[in-house]
Design a protein around this ligand. Structure first.
Ligand code: ADP
Length: 201
């Protein structure tokens, strides 16, 4: 299945799962390959750095597409609470994006020796979902946090990601999420998710 975006790009949406939440309500889990900044959704998640200072990768793409209003809110957050810890998540406007909000979370920098630091990747997902939930948001899209500049092996990251989201949903049966998207920018990550998803949902 392909989805046409407002800017004419096409997403290869090769997998969707519907999970019953009750009598009629369903949660749709989607795997997409494409650019997260094109999504028309309540909130997209940004793989930010602890300074919320802007960077390359998905962070750069979000700030470029969303305009200066996002960085203005990041500046305010930084001046109020200082640098973020790994796994923290904060929320700003979506600015010019179609997404109403952006959640900025700080992924771990992958370390072969520091397993407990690597495990903080799960906090990124759990804290982002908690924050989205506290804003009453129903649809959320995650990029493959930490798998770019932060060097996480993509398969390990995907396992931790899917496990965290699945655990969150199982321990919050009354959640209001209707759509959860995992969007990969590259084919390798996308196919890893396609291979793993059925183990978790
Ligand atoms: P990190 O520092 O957490 O590794 P990066 O932005 O370097 O963050 O990479 C995280 C993931 O986001 C990578 O898999 C990268 O390919 C992907 N990515 C980069 N740009 C985009 C985008 N516009 N939309 C979705 N994913 C993106």
């Amino acid at each position: 299945m392909t989805i046409n975006t407002k800017r004419g790009r096409q997403f290869d949406s090769s997998m969707q799962f519907f999970i019953s939440k009750g009598w009629i309500e369903v949660l749709r889990i989607e795997l997409l390959k494409g650019d997260i900044t094109d999504l028309d959704i309540d909130v997209i998640v940004n793989a930010a750095n602890s300074k919320l200072a802007g960077g390359g990768g998905v962070d750069g793409a979000i700030h470029r597409a969303g305009g200066p209003a996002i960085m203005a809110e990041c500046d305010t957050i930084r001046s109020e609470r200082g640098y973020l810890a790994t796994g923290d998540a904060v929320i700003t406007t979506g600015g010019l994006l179609k997404a109403r909000y952006v959640i900025h979370t700080v992924g771990p920098i992958y370390s072969e020796r520091n397993h407990s630091e690597n495990l903080k990747l799960t906090d990124c997902y759990t804290n982002s979902l908690k924050l989205a939930q506290s804003y009453g948001l129903e649809s959320i899209a995650f990029p493959n946090i930490s798998t770019g500049a932060y060097g996480f092996p993509p398969e390990d990251a995907a396992i931790l990601t899917l496990e965290s989201v699945s655990d969150f949903l199982n321990s919050n049966p009354n959640h209001k999420f209707e759509r959860i998207l995992f969007i990969s920018f590259d084919s390798k990550n996308h196919s890893i998710y396609q291979d793993l998803i059925k183990k978790y949902f």
